[in-house]
Unconditional design. Structure first.
Length: 486
């Protein structure tokens, strides 16, 4: 990267200095939340009217209480959120799709676009030990309303897509009152394994559902940790107002994802109008995802628990009992699979019964491929129907990555994390300025379709979840006037 004089930064001796920087962090509570908010509930934070807010590092923090029998929380803390709605002066600026916020954030994690805190982001489905160290039993709930969780916030989520806005530091004095409304997810994001201490491939184990009379969760003591700056000299504020007088407005850009969900019968169609359509992403989820069940195992990981005794043997799992080692899971609502007839959508071998048929894509009875393609109006992208290897490469291209960061095998991709994405804009690097280079569909309301064909395609038992990634522009004028351009 080069400096303003065309000299590489590695050779530059220049120093920049900004005086009078003040830094502080504030805890904001919600007048509508109280100490406990039940699943499906909502509450609102009101931001200060002065100061410079760091949208990237400000977080919503909370603890969690669960009820039921064997209740387990989902992978990723963002899965507990149904919607985040940001309003400025009562005008909705950013709003996630109801019911699909957790799904989109799961996709963002699996494609390396976001990375939640390893400790506070709840990055794994926990089977045998809670995040705070308490050992879980077969019918015990993963709940954090006792011990340290009763006195402190253990988990956090960011401010959604506004956390990715450019610039990331937002001068609140230029804007009308900002509110952030949080809507909590329902109980369909939870899992209830029969016995999470017994791994997959056997009856009444981690993939079987517990005896459920009721299941639920609630968020405890939510608060917003607002990390803020101020510049004492006033030079920055004066510069912004001077620019506003010259150009009429300031511009803030941020991602805006539009989501659609349809029963998949071989194709799914939707329409979107955007000034910069950057990427299309599709995943396929079983239609019975909302029925409470046990954990879904990640393909390629252990089928039998690694015990302390075998860990002390040479090679651990390799030379201990067969198939021992690390086991990993996901919830039903974030189980994205290739929509195949073989393996069947309801195949149980490898889950609650012995075998591996549920995730066996090397089955010799599979004799035809599945191909996929997008259509934008009458234009096909890519120009030819792609198979699964090509889907994977296109998905990495669309997300500007070399590989899916947490996917270790074809079986895991096909069974757990099947994502089909296609780029419509130029690649973006972390240090780049906000650039609108995506497809403009303003005024045309373009119809977009995802298509799949092939003899092994299951067109009855899956929903297609389609996400259109766009860029929105917030214009800020004098007198705290705003205009949203999407």
């Amino acid at each position: 990267m080069e400096g303003s004089m065309g000299i590489p930064n590695a050779l530059a001796y220049s120093i920049s200095q900004i005086s009078g920087v003040s830094v502080n962090s504030f805890k904001i509570t919600s007048a509508t939340a109280g100490d406990e908010v039940s699943s499906g509930g909502r509450f609102t934070f009101l931001l200060p009217s002065q100061g410079i807010l760091d949208l990237k590092t400000s977080k919503i923090q909370f603890s969690v209480k669960t009820t039921g029998s064997g209740t387990r929380l989902p992978k990723y803390a963002t899965s507990l959120i149904d919607q985040l709605i940001v309003r400025m002066g009562g005008v909705t600026v950013s709003q996630s799709q109801s019911g699909l916020y957790g799904v989109w954030n799961t996709i963002q994690e699996e494609t390396g676009q976001t990375h939640q805190n390893e400790v506070a982001g709840l990055r794994e489905c926990l089977a045998t030990m809670r995040s705070d160290g308490l050992i879980l039993t077969a019918d015990g709930n993963e709940t954090y309303d006792t011990g340290i969780g009763a006195t402190t916030a253990l988990f956090e989520v960011n401010l959604g897509e506004m956390a990715e806005c450019h610039p990331r530091l937002l001068d609140l004095s230029l804007l009308p009152q900002i509110s952030i409304e949080v809507v909590l997810a329902g109980t369909s994001v939870l899992s209830a394994p029969k016995d999470s201490t017994k791994l997959r491939g056997q009856a009444d184990a981690v993939c079987a559902v517990n005896t459920i009379t009721s299941i639920g969760w609630s968020m405890l003591n939510p608060s917003l940790q607002a990390n803020m700056y101020s510049l004492m000299s006033g030079a920055y504020e004066n510069a912004l107002r001077s620019r506003m007088e010259q150009t009429g407005f300031l511009q803030v850009c941020f991602p805006n994802t539009i989501a659609f969900q349809q029963n998949f019968n071989g194709s799914a169609r939707f329409s979107v109008a955007a000034q910069s359509l950057n990427k299309l992403t599709t995943v396929f989820r079983r239609t019975d995802y909302a029925t409470i069940g046990g954990f879904i195992p990640l393909a390629g990981y252990a089928g039998v628990a690694l015990t302390e005794a075998t860990m002390n043997q040479v090679g651990g799992g390799a030379h201990g009992t067969t198939k021992q080692g690390v086991a990993r899971y996901q919830g039903k609502f974030q189980h994205f699979s290739l929509p195949t007839k073989k393996p069947a959508h309801d195949e149980d071998k490898g889950l609650s019964t012995a075998g591996n048929d549920a995730m066996d894509y090397g089955n010799t009875s599979i004799d035809s491929e599945i191909t996929m393609q997008y259509a934008i109006q009458s234009a096909l992208v890519p120009q030819y129907p792609v198979n699964q290897g090509e889907m994977l490469n296109l998905t990495c291209w669309a997300n500007n990555i070399d590989e899916l960061p947490d996917c270790k095998s074809h079986a895991e991709y096909f069974y757990n994390k099947c994502i089909f994405a296609f780029p419509l804009n130029l690649p973006h690097e972390a240090q780049d300025k906000c650039t609108l280079s995506g497809l403009s569909t303003v005024g045309s309301n373009a119809f977009i379709e995802v298509r799949a064909t092939g003899g092994n395609l299951d067109s009855q038992h899956f929903d297609a979840l389609i996400f259109a990634s766009t860029t929105s522009i917030l214009r800020i004028g004098q007198g705290k006037q705003i205009e949203l351009i999407g």
